[in-house]
Every structure is written in structure tokens, then in C-alpha cells.
Design a protein around this ligand. Structure first.
Ligand code: NAD
Length: 244
């Protein structure tokens, strides 16, 4: 894998999760310095900072201690939880706290893991790219708060020299997954396999976790040579229905 021009010091927020751990592993594999900020402790091979992203001071303190220059923010409650208040606290307030802590401590780059679900409203989404607007009525609280977080991250681009990018994976599969396969197995265990949704031609995007992790590293590297800012007209098309 190619190296960024200047060596960053990375912090993977949510780095003890499924995707976050693969990102940590790939950073270690290419010889980068990386630490993890998470509410859960699982590994001992990188410096670990315990904390909740909705507490700006915890995040800022960890960023200072670790000397972080690039944050990769993958933290979120599981999409399957039925807890809108938690989604708002972590995804919206937590992401805003990360942005504020990053600006406060002079972090250069922020890569955010959004979700393909931010543009899903139950209808088919075919050949979509980043120009597709958010739906007027979000699919659910998880996707609504991921969209709000994404808007906050993109609006923070340039603030105090911070460069930001958001990625929208669809389904992620691979080693370390605690969500997708568990759900499928539960369906099997409950004997629910005789249901079929649609006419057996439905398609859904799944991406191998190693490839999603690699996309985060490439996005972080690419922030060193940011593309020209989008025209104002494109920014004006950002959703208004997601305002707080
Ligand atoms: P995961 O639950 O395995 O990892 C998330 C990590 O975030 C966990 O380690 C958790 O402890 C941590 N976390 C949660 N709340 C926190 C908080 N308040 N403060 C600090 N840490 C906190 O989930 P994942 O599947 O690895 O997903 C990673 C990211 O990718 C999420 O942002 C998710 O929205 C996004 N995503 C996942 C999928 C998928 O199929 N798994 C698809 C699209 C997008």
C-alpha cells in the first residue's frame, strides 16, 4: 500500500469494533503509529483511551496525549438497536464533540464512517453516487443521525485547518463481524428461513471489511491533496429537513 506524503499519527475512534479493528491492523501493517479511543477495551497491542465520544474533553485529552494528526471515526451504536436517543447522543452530539476536539487540538484530518443508508428510503437505490440527496423522510433514527453526523463532518472541512471526508459503506462482511452473521444465524435458529422478501431478484451491496478498511486509509492519504471545493450550488442542495 502506498504511503502518505507526511506520516500522520492516527487515532481510530471505535477502533475496537469490527471495522475499526481492521483499520487499526492495516495501519500497523504499513508501519503507522495508531491509538484507539473506544468505550470497550478488547486489544492490548496499541495505546488505548477509554471514553465516550459525546464527552469532548475525554476526546480532546486523548488526542493531546497521543499526538494524533488524523482521526478515523468509526464509532456508532449498532444500527439494529431501537434507541433514537442513543443514536442522537453518539452519532450527532458525539461526532460534533469529535470535530470540536479535533479543531481544539489542531488535528489535521478527520475521516468519518457514514453509511449508504443515509440515502435509503425504502425504494430501490441504483447507480447512486454522492449527488443523490438525502430523503425527505429518513429511513429510521440510525440513518437520520448518521446523515446529520455526515453533514457536520463535511461542513467542518477547512475549520481551523481540519480536512474532512465521509465514506458510505453498505453492508460489511468478514472476520470479526458481530452483527450480520449473528442476525442471519438467529433467523436460522428461529426457523424463519421459509420467508422470502421480494421475488428473489433483490440485490444488496456487501463489501469485504478489508476493502472498507483500505478505503479509509486511502481517503485519509488523499486528504493531503484535497480536490477543489464543490460549487456552492452543490452545497446549497444539502438537506434542510435534517437540521436540528
Ligand atoms: P461495531 O459496533 O463493531 O464498532 C463500533 C465501535 O464503536 C465499537 O467498538 C463500540 O464500542 C464503539 N462505540 C460505540 N459507541 C461509542 C461511544 N459513545 N464512544 C466511543 N466508542 C463507541 O460496528 P461496525 O460494524 O464496525 O461499524 C463501524 C462503523 O461503520 C459505524 O459507524 C457504522 O455506522 C458504520 N457502518 C457499518 C456497516 C456494517 O455493515 N457493519 C455498514 C455501514 C456503515
Amino acid at each position: 500500500m502506498s504511503q502518505p506524503k507526511s506520516r500522520d499519527v492516527y487515532m481510530v475512534i471505535g477502533g475496537n469494533g469490527f471495522l475499526g479493528r481492521h483499520i487499526v491492523q492495516q495501519l500497523l501493517d504499513r508501519g503507522d503509529i495508531v491509538s484507539v479511543f473506544d468505550i470497550v477495551e478488547r486489544y492490548t497491542d496499541v495505546p488505548f483511551y477509554a471514553g465516550d465520544i459525546s464527552e469532548q474533553e475525554s476526546v480532546a485529552s486523548a488526542l493531546r496525549k497521543s499526538g494524533t494528526t488524523c482521526i478515523i471515526h468509526t464509532a456508532s451504536p449498532h444500527a439494529t438497536l431501537n434507541n433514537p436517543a442513543l443514536f442522537h447522543k453518539v452519532n450527532v452530539e458525539g461526532t460534533k464533540a469529535i470535530i470540536a476536539a479535533a479543531v481544539e487540538t489542531g488535528v489535521r484530518k478527520l475521516v468519518f464512517t457514514s453509511s449508504a443508508g443515509v440515502v435509503f428510503n425504502g425504494q430501490d437505490v441504483i447507480d447512486a453516487d454522492e449527488r443523490v440527496p438525502f430523503p425527505e423522510v429518513p429511513m429510521d433514527a440510525y440513518n437520520e443521525t448518521k446523515a446529520k453526523a455526515e453533514v457536520a463532518v463535511l461542513e467542518a472541512n477547512g475549520k481551523g485547518g481540519l480536512l474532512t471526508v465521509a465514506l458510505r459503506p453498505a453492508g460489511i462482511f468478514g472476520p470479526g463481524d458481530r452483527q450480520a452473521m449473528t442476525g442471519l444465524y438467529q433467523v436460522y435458529e428461529r426457523g424463519q428461513t421459509h420467508f422470502q422478501i421480494g421475488d428473489n431478484t433483490n440485490l444488496f451491496d456487501w463489501t469485504y471489511v478489508g476493502n472498507v478498511a483500505r478505503a479509509h486509509l486511502l481517503a485519509a492519504d488523499k486528504l493531503d491533496t484535497p480536490p477543489p471545493a464543490p460549487p456552492l450550488s452543490a452545497l446549497e442542495k444539502m438537506p434542510t429537513s435534517l437540521d436540528d
